[in-house]
Design a protein. Structure first.
Length: 753
């Protein structure tokens, strides 16, 4: 009986492991805020909870605690220990634990899930047949990802609204898909070298062509200052082929070389046609390559400066998991403003090593380097097995895991694929050596009996019961988090539909009540409250046609409540995530847009912007907004000072120069205003058909006319940064009692390069 139950449990665990490996790269859903990552992690967490319960229950049935040991156990446990320590000391502990929603990957919860998955998988895989079948599942999943990615590239989409774009991939991103394929490509290429050893030659050749072509067409990234051919996917592709050819150097290259490099040759040919003006506009491949949205990656130099600065301030355990966004805004160098992605706030580093250095500190980096060294050592030893193509292919894939860590940050798909490859490599090594190293723990003196049948030692039961309770609690809480995010997605859907503001509000309230620690839900609810209040003011407030307006006492009370809630939710968001400048931006924007109904609202807005600038000191947009507020109250000196900050931070920022020129004009400094306006025209003259160029040219002519004749041609021009469309800025609206923060203004120092 015990053997039958144990066999059924093993079969069930096998099915679940296969499901996790095969479905994780393919799952996506419109039910969550983030269609890909959240869906995959939700599935992963629930599956791993079930796996751990079944795994520990199998110990009860077998009568002993049985864990298969592997060389990666110690490095993974050390890495997990650093993650936990970093989380404990993090300034934003909840974000480190659960993630910076909607981004969850990289949080403590996900790291625990990944490592548990590895331990369950490596303990369960015991035979070559299991490894082969799991590898077939992974290859099948990779093939589906590649086919869907290629079809999307050529605008052949899945019949789903969320899949209607050319860089769609069920893996979640182009690099997630390419990373998965780079891990699978070695086994298909080696199957070409040794046909029939794992998959047949036609299958191996077909998969190699499919994987290589997909990487070639979708793998180009946009990294400022780096040619597209040096994208991480292309470098990884070159490494794979280089290693495969190196491993076959002692064989008859004249026979195998042409067929091994055939997938790469076909891909290079397609890329050449895609990037040469062959056929002009009639070249469909060139048009596809031109229109394909490439992923944006933070350059290595900027990433190094950010991570090194974070390491300097928190050398041992870093800023905490899932906090790289805050490291970036706080430490990014001013030269980032010279890049084409100057207004992007990156939440990930150039690669995983720099990501870990910033978020987990020196201890985290040492643990990751130790883990990488063990992988390299074990993978290198596996390359020596020339007869076992599976072991050799998995060893090469293990080396590619380290290469991917050096080329890009990880994703959910890459983590699961990498850990699966490593677990299979450990299992195939043990199976080929007819040796299974197991750690068996038991208390032989204490037996449990059921109808005179020995069930097993008591220790497995002692472990199983708390594991089961903990798993049930985690399952329940994870379910609540998932349902909360579902309501947030509903709210976002309703927000894009006219007339569904109340539905947006109600679903955001549900999301917030179910998961009150997520600052994203708070800021979205704050902006929704403001939008509803503004809609009432637009419909019934004073206007040119009706100077008195038609606001009733009930309308005034509704505006009062909505604005109070908006400010309160935005303030709570700044408390939940005090290192996120975006939260202070939302609070500042709300204050700024209610200046007509709230006394000192602009003072509160300036204070919130000051807090945001302290967290993101080199962001010219924040300085521009502050300058706009000062201009709106005719404080031209401070307006000029902050507009000057913006142009100092970004010397090619035409909009900042334009605002500065207007402020100088209204202060009466026409000569300097003319010089600045000329700078605007110079920056925009590359596109004379641009409406901004025409507007800047007219403004320059107006200034020149003022200087020459003393008469203005156009006096209606105002700084764009000082304008707003909010109806609640109308000074004729009734004053409302709006809760506010400290009236002191957090004024940042002047910015210089």
């Amino acid at each position: 009986m015990r053997q039958q139950i144990s066999a059924q449990l093993n079969n069930l665990i096998t099915v679940l492991i296969f499901a996790v490996v095969g479905l994780t790269p393919l799952l996506f859903s419109p039910l969550f805020t983030e269609f890909y990552e959240t869906t995959k992690i939700a599935f992963l967490v629930f599956s791993i909870l079930i796996l751990v319960v079944l795994w520990t229950f199998s110990w009860v049935v077998q009568g002993k605690v049985l864990i298969t040991r592997s060389p990666l156990d110690l490095p993974l446990l050390l890495f997990l220990a650093v993650i936990i320590a970093s989380t404990v000391f993090s300034a934003t502990r909840d974000i480190s634990i659960y993630g910076n929603f909607p981004r969850i990957h990289g949080s403590t919860v996900t790291y625990v899930a990944y490592i548990l998955f590895y331990f369950v998988t490596v303990s369960h895989l015991r035979t070559v047949a299991q490894v082969k079948n799991l590898l077939y599942v992974l290859l099948g999943s990779g093939a589906v990802v590649a086919v869907v990615s290629l079809l999307s590239y050529f605008n052949i989409y899945l019949p789903l609204p969320i899949a209607q774009f050319s860089n769609f991939s069920p893996a979640g991103s182009s690099f997630a898909a390419n990373g998965l394929l780079l891990l699978l490509l070695p086994i298909t290429l080696l199957s070409i070298v040794r046909p029939g050893r794992f998959v047949t030659l036609p299958v191996a050749l077909g998969l190699s062509i499919l994987f290589t072509l997909t990487i070639g067409l979708t793998g180009m990234s946009r990294i400022d200052g780096m040619p597209g051919v040096l994208s991480p996917a292309y470098i990884g592709l070159a490494v794979v082929y280089g290693l495969v050819l190196f491993l076959t150097k002692n064989q008859d290259l004249r026979k195998i070389l042409p067929i091994v490099v055939l997938p790469l040759a076909l891909t290079v040919l397609v890329l050449i046609i895609s990037n040469l003006p062959i056929g002009g506009n009639a070249n469909p491949l060139a048009n596809k390559a031109k229109d394909f949205p490439q992923e944006v990656q933070l350059p290595f130099g900027i990433s190094w400066k950010v991570s090194a600065s974070a390491f300097r301030d928190s050398a041992f355990v870093g800023s905490g998991p899932s906090t790289y966004l805050f490291d970036f805004t706080k430490y990014r160098p001013v030269e980032q403003n010279d890049s084409q992605f100057w207004n992007v706030r990156f939440d990930s580093a150039f690669n995983e090593y720099l990501q870990v250095l910033g978020t987990l500190g020196g201890l985290g980096l040492m643990a990751l380097v130790f883990l990488s060294a063990v992988i390299i050592n074990f993978g290198y030893r596996g390359l020596a097995d020339q007869e076992n193509i599976i072991a050799r292919g998995l060893a090469l894939s293990a080396l590619m895991v380290v290469v991917l860590l050096a080329l890009h940050v990880t994703t959910v798909v890459i983590m699961i694929a990498a850990l699966t490859v490593l677990a299979m490599l450990m299992a195939i090594h043990k199976a080929s050596n007819n040796k299974v190293e197991e750690l068996t723990i038991g208390i032989k003196a204490s037996k449990l009996y059921d109808n005179n049948l020995v069930v097993g030692d008591i220790l497995p039961v002692v472990i199983f019961i708390p594991v089961l309770i903990l798993a049930m609690i985690t399952f329940w809480k994870a379910g609540i988090v998932a349902v909360a995010d579902y309501h947030h997605r509903l709210a976002l859907n309703y927000a894009s539909t006219p007339g569904r503001g109340v539905d947006t509000y109600n679903n955001l309230v549900k999301a917030e009540n179910m998961n009150p620690i997520v600052d994203l839900y708070r800021t979205d609810l704050a902006q929704t409250n403001f939008a509803l209040a503004n809609a009432i003011a637009v419909a019934k407030g004073p206007s040119e046609a009706s100077p008195a307006g038609s606001l009733t006492d009930a309308d005034k009370e509704s505006i009062q409540q909505l604005l109070s809630q908006a400010i309160r939710e935005a303030q709570i968001a700044t408390v939940l995530s005090p290192n996120n400048p975006a939260n202070f931006e939302v609070l500042a924007a709300i204050y700024r847009q209610i200046s007509g109904v709230a006394d000192n609202a602009l003072t509160f807005a300036l204070n919130a912007y000051g807090q945001a600038i302290s967290l993101d000191p080199y962001n010219p947009l924040l300085r521009l907004n502050v300058g706009g507020i000062y201009y709106s109250v005719k404080n031209y000196d401070l307006a000029i000072r902050f507009f000057t900050d913006a142009v100092n931070l970004k010397p090619d920022y035409a909009n900042a120069y334009y605002n500065l020129a207007i402020a100088l004009r209204d202060k009466g400094d026409l000569k300097n205003a003319e010089a600045v306006a000329q700078r605007v025209v110079t920056l925009l003259q590359t596109d004379t058909e641009n409406p901004d160029y025409k507007q800047a040219s007219e403004f320059l002519k107006d200034l020149q006319a003022r200087i020459a004749t003393g008469a203005a041609q156009n006096t209606a021009i105002t700084p764009p940064a000082a304008t707003s469309s909010s109806a609640l800025q109308n000074q004729n609206l009734p004053k409302l009692d709006i809760p506010a923060t400290d009236k002191n203004v957090a004024t940042p120092p002047a910015a210089t390069r």
